[in-house]
Design a protein around this ligand. Structure first.
Ligand SMILES: *Cc1c(COP(=O)(O)O)cnc(C)c1O
Length: 399
């Protein structure tokens, strides 16, 4: 009986999506988490430690920046929520700080994680170093090549990076390896999932940790603009954690428009895409029922996106529900459009965004804005990790 868009029912369902579809070997682990996460998160000592680390370690609150030149171009007001200014360069660390503190309270000594672009791996390695915990990160072999700076950062932080060599050698395959590790080490290990995916309670837990993003947006809109809510909030969606965080406190306010942007790769119908809601059907992936890109006999389709963080054939169950209920507007941007948007944001605002983030900006051209609208865009991360991809585009332009 779930009526809110922001929280699932007690079994972890958002509408028809969610739940916990797990092998029996993981049952105890997931059950322990499910029984304890809300109690731990509402405990005062947990909240104090979490908030103190968000402030002094992560550097929150992150600014809500009025992008004047970009606003002028689209004849409206665009406000950028600067998650790129978080320690380690993306929103991912909000969740890893929370989950590491939670893992400690569950008595876990060993942390595993999957990573796509490497931002979640770096954030996990960072907080594990801070807390003196062993850290193992699974990463697709292809992603290790296209995100080399992040591989080096994880290694410098003392984490072990293990390549996933199956399938498309990207995020889906890294997730499979992490789940396999967890099954083999169910007692001492906590698996830090990096997005609002996986079996219940992960999607809800990660959304709650990331909800600090919209909590701050509300306070900033009130003090800086004298309003309670924006016209719309926009974010890119891989699994959907930065979007969940940016949307969270607005989901149950029907007057706020929710815009999610997926990666269309070479084009939605090109066969090289990661636009899950456009191509997927109801299915089960990595422990939850959601919308999944799969063949008619249930084989997961290999996705494609130029951005490693969006190169995933699924989407979190909250977003599947936002899509199928019509609460959210779902759009997509191709590799080429994202690349163009990355250069536009860099040269109009002096902010080099992550390739993932650039997808959220790439659809501005296709939207209609009112002059008086206030649009918040979640600037999920910075683009340092993508410089080699950006450089090859520069060379192409020059030749
Ligand atoms: C990981 C990542 C994403 C995609 O993950 P979500 O869970 O959908 O937020 C988007 N932007 C950046 C910068 C990332 O690192």
């Amino acid at each position: 009986m779930q009526k809110l868009f922001s929280v699932p029912d007690t079994d972890g369902y958002y509408g028809e999506y969610g739940g916990a579809y797990i092998p029996e070997m993981l049952f105890q682990n997931v059950e322990q988490l499910k029984e304890q996460y809300l109690d731990i998160m509402s405990d005062d000592s947990f909240k104090n430690e979490f908030n103190a680390l968000l402030k002094d370690y992560v550097g929150r609150p992150t600014p809500l920046f009025h992008a004047k030149r970009l606003s002028e171009k689209y004849n409206t007001t665009l406000l950028l929520k600067r998650e790129d200014l978080c320690h380690t360069g993306a929103h991912k660390i909000n969740n890893t700080v929370g989950q590491v503190l939670l893992a400690q309270r569950l008595g876990k000594k060993r942390i595993i994680a999957e990573t796509g672009a490497g931002q979640h791996g770096v954030a996990t390695a960072t907080v594990c170093a801070l807390k003196g915990l062993e850290c193992i990160v699974y990463m697709g072999e292809k992603d290790m090549q296209r995100q080399q700076p992040n591989v080096a950062r994880m290694q410098m932080l003392g984490a072990k990076v293990i390549p996933a060599t199956s399938g498309s050698k990207t995020l889906k395959d890294a997730t499979n390896e992490a789940i396999r590790d967890w099954i083999n080490n169910p007692i001492d290990t906590h698996y830090i999932i990096g997005s609002v995916v996986g079996p219940h309670p992960y999607p809800d837990m990660v959304a709650r940790f990331q909800s600090i993003i919209s909590q701050e947006i509300i306070a900033q809109l009130s003090s800086e603009y004298g309003v309670k809510s924006p016209t719309r909030v926009m974010a890119c969606v891989g699994g959907g954690s930065n979007a969940a965080g940016a949307f969270y406190h607005f989901l149950d306010q029907p007057n706020v428009e929710i815009v999610a942007v997926e990666a269309a790769g070479h084009g939605v119908h090109s066969g090289m895409s990661a636009a899950t809601t456009q191509l997927g059907v109801t299915g089960i992936l990595h422990g939850s029922k959601s919308i999944v890109m799969q063949t008619s006999d249930g084989q997961v389709v290999e996705p494609h996106s130029i951005s490693a963080g969006l190169d995933y054939p699924g989407i979190g169950p909250m977003h599947a529900h936002l899509f199928s209920s019509g609460r959210g507007v779902f759009m997509s941007a191709t590799d080429e459009e994202a690349m163009k948007a990355a250069f536009e944001v860099s040269q109009l605002e002096g902010i080099i965004p992550a390739l993932e983030t650039a997808h959220a900006f790439a659809v501005l051209n296709n939207m209609k804005f009112g002059k008086e609208d206030l649009t918040v865009i979640c600037l999920s991360g910075r683009g340092d990790k993508d410089l080699s991809t950006y450089m090859s585009e520069l060379k192409l332009k020059q030749s």
